[in-house]
Design a protein. Structure first.
Length: 729
């Protein structure tokens, strides 16, 4: 219900915006009061009038309209029929405009871009509508650049150079004067800061701010991926110095202010190669047979004081970035891997959510606050999984991270088994309420000492992973609910309902494999999605269906406006459990402690801006991670040039088909112009390319056979040639 109200509110806001501009631009030389505008729009009820007044104030604050005198509004001078929007550039050189003033995106031909780049905020006007065509626009000027740095290759002449940007949506090179090369040589991969674009110049000017190295070298490529998204790969010396000067001792006077869990059995379960440990679980059996479970989280906020140099850096980063060969942390190592990391056999400051659970995993009591803990044991997922599967205390050498077999105590064995039992109950309950289970296969690479890929393996979630997941979800949900019901400003993790158009499209694709979705209502969608995801496990179409299903979902974001979390089926949800690697969790800890201390509700506008920033940085980090995987796939496939593989068509476009190799999940393209047996055209309705003479069809999900033709590290592109089945059968 809350989500429907939120969407209805957004729709009403857009309608009001369009109405306001319709009135003001209909008489650009006049000004209007809110009463005048309300009358022209037919707004009569008090609630709608208040919304109109609020929207007028927002538009004025954003400098989209002007207040000529108190309460009298008009279009911006010289604006006429001008609008604002964001540019979505395509690799074809054309673009679309996304604007609050229009329900549909507007098409912009490449010669009408007005020197705008992808993501820029621009001013535009509409062009006369042509019959049967979508609305088109002309961009007049750039109001705000989305980014001002670009990664590319230097093409050097005698007295100057040009940058060839790596971004395929960048339709122009960048002119670099000789005195702005900053030591860059011909062929170097560099980071360039965009400068002026004089009217008479064909290209914008730029200056090299960092030489990344020679194309194709491992560190050059990894650093260039980070640079493309504006993500740092090191801390400046002053940040490191500040962090290293923090007092990280466990002090007796601080312990007295906290609930002491040092004598309670506590352990961590993490990936075997983890270096920072955000969370630990404590376990103790109570006299009445119930159990007390503590979810203990690194108390980063104790060390990360607001408005300090280090806090500003952590906020700017907002998240750690997980690339294929490294982690770029949000916090310096002294905190991320040492002081804040819940390492075994060390006392640590923690922020905890503690629950009393009965035999049926019902919550009988809860407590939130600062604690001090001592981790008795550190498990890898594989070790905990062995205990769950065998119910034995002995950990064999083949799964041990100690390099030798060892035996855990009966107390620890009981804790792992009982926590797993409770987690299974909680998970089943959550799924029954409509949560969606995405267990998408994750591709990982085996790397040698030179970070060269020697093999591929797939990461799958097992019971031990789900044990940790359920207790983290429990803490995140109950913390959010605790504050949410107090109606105080908080940082939520929200997830809207899925896009119905995308679900209809997904239904069309999966019907080819004998599957279907029930799109009748929210509950039936969740249930049929879960059935679909379970049915395709182990099938050739699994990765494709998983990917398309995820794409049909809305994007989870941070916000102070709670609409619940659709995918998890929670009315309240937040991120409390990973402050070492996520800044929103730090904000959650600070707000929770503030309210536990009796503080008043924080300013929503301040935290909403921080939420938006954190969501944006999360997207950049995810894009960088995806690009690093793609880069490593290409390096891996360079060793398999001219080899033949079986694959599944994972994407279809007007310029070709994407094929995912079955045995290693590497994805490449077969260009449509290189399929020589017919002239193929793209059929969007059937997710296929179709031969015009033969009618032969290559459709999403089809099994095909390909040969590796080209693995281009510089462009991060993998090209395949389509084969006849007989060649590789």
């Amino acid at each position: 219900m809350a989500k429907r109200k939120k969407r209805a509110s957004n729709q009403r806001k857009n309608e009001l915006t369009k109405g306001i501009f319709t009135v003001l631009e209909g008489s650009p030389k006049k000004s209007f009061s809110y009463k005048d505008i309300a009358q022209k729009l037919g707004v009569t009820d008090t609630q709608s009038r208040n919304q109109l007044i609020k929207r007028l104030g927002q538009l004025k604050a954003k400098n989209r309209i002007r207040e000529v005198s108190r309460g009298q509004f008009a279009v911006l001078e010289g604006r006429g029929d001008k609008f604002e929007g964001l540019v979505d550039l395509t690799s074809s050189g054309n673009a679309y405009l996304i604007s609050d003033d229009f329900q549909d995106d507007l098409f912009v031909q490449g010669n009408r871009l007005g020197r705008a780049f992808h993501g820029d905020r621009v001013e535009f006007s509409l062009l006369p509508k042509r019959r049967g065509k979508k609305m088109e626009a002309q961009i007049h000027r750039v109001l705000e650049r989305k980014k001002d740095t670009y990664v590319g290759i230097v093409d050097k002449a005698n007295a100057y150079a040009f940058l060839r940007p790596m971004d395929t949506r960048m339709y122009t090179d960048i002119f670099i004067p000789s005195d702005a090369l900053n030591g860059a040589e011909d062929g170097d991969k560099v980071l360039v800061k965009l400068g002026a674009w004089p009217e008479e110049a064909d290209s914008p000017y730029g200056q090299v701010v960092e030489v990344l190295g020679k194309p194709g070298e491992h560190n050059t490529e990894i650093h260039s991926i980070l640079a493309e998204y504006g993500l740092p790969y090191r801390f400046e010396p002053e940040i490191e110095k500040f962090a290293n000067n923090i007092d990280t001792r466990i002090l007796p006077e601080e312990i007295t202010k906290r609930r002491d869990f040092r004598e309670v059995l506590t352990f961590t379960i993490d990936p075997k190669d983890a270096k920072d440990f955000d969370d630990a679980l404590s376990f103790q059996r109570l006299e009445n047979g119930w159990v007390e479970v503590g979810i203990h989280i690194a108390d980063v906020s104790y060390y990360l004081e607001p408005d300090t140099l280090l806090d500003e850096e952590a906020y700017a980063r907002a998240t750690s970035v997980y690339l294929v060969d490294r982690v770029v942390p949000m916090l310096p190592e002294i905190l991320s891997n040492q002081a804040c990391s819940l390492r075994p056999h060390e006392e640590k400051y923690t922020f905890s959510a503690v629950f009393t659970l009965d035999d049926h995993a019902n919550i009988r009591d809860q407590w939130f606050g600062r604690t001090v803990t001592y981790s008795d044991e550190r498990f890898a997922y594989e070790e905990a999984q062995h205990i769950i599967e065998t119910e034995e205390a002995e950990i064999p050498e083949e799964v041990s991270i100690r390099g030798a077999a060892y035996t855990v105590s009966d107390q620890i064995k009981e804790a792992v088994l009982e926590l797993n039992r409770l987690a299974m109950i909680m998970r089943a309950r959550r799924m029954k309420l409509g949560a969606i289970s995405f267990d998408k296969i994750e591709v990982r690479f085996q790397l040698d000492e030179e970070n060269d890929p020697t093999g591929v393996y797939f990461k799958r979630s097992k019971a031990a992973n789900k044990l940790i997941e359920e207790f983290m979800l429990l803490a995140n949900r109950r913390v959010a609910e605790f504050i949410g019901k107090q109606k105080k400003t908080f940082v939520y993790r929200i997830h809207d309902e899925p896009d119905m158009d995308k679900l209809f499209a997904l239904n069309g694709v999966i019907s080819r494999f004998g599957h279907s979705l029930n799109l009748k209502d929210k509950k039936s969608i969740s249930q049929s999605l879960n059935k679909l995801l379970d049915d395709v496990k182990g099938s050739r179409e699994q990765n494709m269906v998983d990917t398309l299903a995820i794409r049909s979902m809305s994007k989870a974001v941070y916000s102070t406006e709670n609409i619940g979390h659709y995918g998890l089926a929670f009315d309240f949800y937040s991120h409390f459990t990973s402050p070492i690697r996520r800044y929103p969790d730090v904000m959650v800890h600070r707000l929770l402690q503030h309210y536990l201390d009796g503080g008043k509700s924080a300013k929503a506008a301040v935290y909403e801006e921080r939420c938006r920033h954190s969501s944006d940085r999360e997207v950049l980090a995810a894009n960088a991670e995806r690009d690093s995987i793609k880069y490593m796939q290409i390096r891996f496939m360079q060793k398999h040039m001219d080899q033949d593989f079986k694959g599944v068509i994972s994407g279809v476009t007007e310029w070709g088909i994407y094929v995912e190799i079955a045995e290693n999940k590497c994805e490449g393209m077969v260009r449509i112009r290189e399929i020589k047996d017919d002239h193929y055209i793209y059929d969007e309705r059937q997710f296929a390319i179709v031969g015009q003479r033969s009618g032969k069809m290559y459709q999403l999900g089809d099994v095909v056979y390909v040969r590796v033709k080209n693995a281009d590290l510089e462009k991060r592109h993998l090209d395949f040639v389509l084969l006849e089945e007989a060649i590789v059968e």
